[in-house]
Design a protein around this ligand. Sequence first.
Ligand SMILES: [Zn+2]
Length: 508
Amino acid sequence: MKTSLASLFLISTLCLSHCQGESKSLSQNLVTYTIQPMLSGTQQVLQVEVKVAVPKGSQQFDFTYLNNSWGQNDLYRCLDTILSAHRKLKAVKMPGENKISFQGKLPAELKFSYHIKQDFEGEIKHENSYRPIIQAGFFHVFGHSLFMVPTSFQAEGHPFEMIVNWKGFPSNYAIHNSFGSQERQQRFTIKNWGEGTVFVGGDFRLHPFKVQGKNVVLAMRGQWPLFSDEQLKNNLEKTVQSQRAFWNDYSQAYFTVVMMPIEGECTKVGNRYSGMISVGGTALVNSFSTFCTNNQCTDLSQFDYLYNHELMHNWLGHTIHTVGEEEYYWLREGFTDYFCYQNLLKNGFFSPEKYLAEVNSRVFKPHYTNRVKERPNSEITYNNFWKDRDFEKLPYRRGMIYAYYLDGKIKQASKGQSSLRNLMLDMLEMAQKGKVIDTNDFLALSKKYCGSDQSESFKTYILEGKLLQPEDFVLPQGLSIAWSEDKTFLKLSKEPAADEATWQRLTK
Ligand SMILES: [Zn+2]
């Protein structure tokens, strides 16, 4: 899953190396938080103290805290006990506007505190896993549900700085998040708060490793009956190595993956276990976060797709930004899935047989038989995406199938010299220079690599949502796409001529 918060605060990262003149305004855009564990009655909560300089003469200062996000509603139920340190100055909660407003005579330095609490009881399940989870022994909270952030800092479109002090936690209590591991005092710059962050603590087990000298940490908790921490770490390491090679980008100094167990029934029937497997994740700044049922049904193979998909977003989504959110999911989710499956095949997570079985059963068949398969791109909206499972999957599958089409065109036009990967590397370079990608950028790159204008195919197969037909695809020798016997869906198949070179050409 990919979250849909980013459109709120789409901030250009253009000025990173040209910002000397702005260092003054940057240091003014500094907010300090001190977080402590606390009991409120019998409930474990996090107390957050905030300190921020307020512009002289201000009569109002607002903080952003999202009430509805990532499919969760009423998150203000988790925000409690806002106490101002200044007499007569009160905070007004405005959930409808996603803000908390301080109004009146403001001091030069505004100080206040608030509590963040878990607002549900019982087991942690898929449905409530995106809410703050704060219990005795551990916590797991996404940044937008932990921090009230000055609204003006985000609106200005400049980076801002956060200092976070972790106070009063036991010495054996892990403190771990999107910005560092086991640091009780943190200071970091935020380029785009809307991209999402995760903060965890407590009984998480931390497994660090290095890729070309750069730190990566797997943080996990709970017992996992079918695999060891070490096995999962090894798979993650292989995934990170292969994707950094794919993007030819080893620049990230720190990256982390958080794995949180959730409940799901799995029972033994005869000699076999059967029940619920739920795995999901979301890509974040310097990190991604995953929720998985830790039962006898969830084995190591469940993480192959999840890790490869979420990590791909580190580039496609978190480095390559798009001007819109859901309307660009064909690229951000669909192309992510295309390269995710390619990497799974190329790096030995999937055999060719498994690759074919997975893309047919998870992409081609469900897409061509989807109730909403031919609905236009414009109907892929926040509401449809989060409320309707068929709509949620639509951009993933439509985008991935279009990627097969486009990759084939590029390989054909270049006689195998270039592929869709080259187009993506160009897009990455543009994004690293600060360009926020739009449809025109994509079409210009497509034209460059296909040698022909793709506006028409893009309009037909992405915007209008028409279905690609078997004859539209150009595939490497040894592979074919044809209608299923009952003519209800397209199927990717291997022919007798398929050999090692077939798979190499496909994943080039
Ligand atoms: Zn995704």
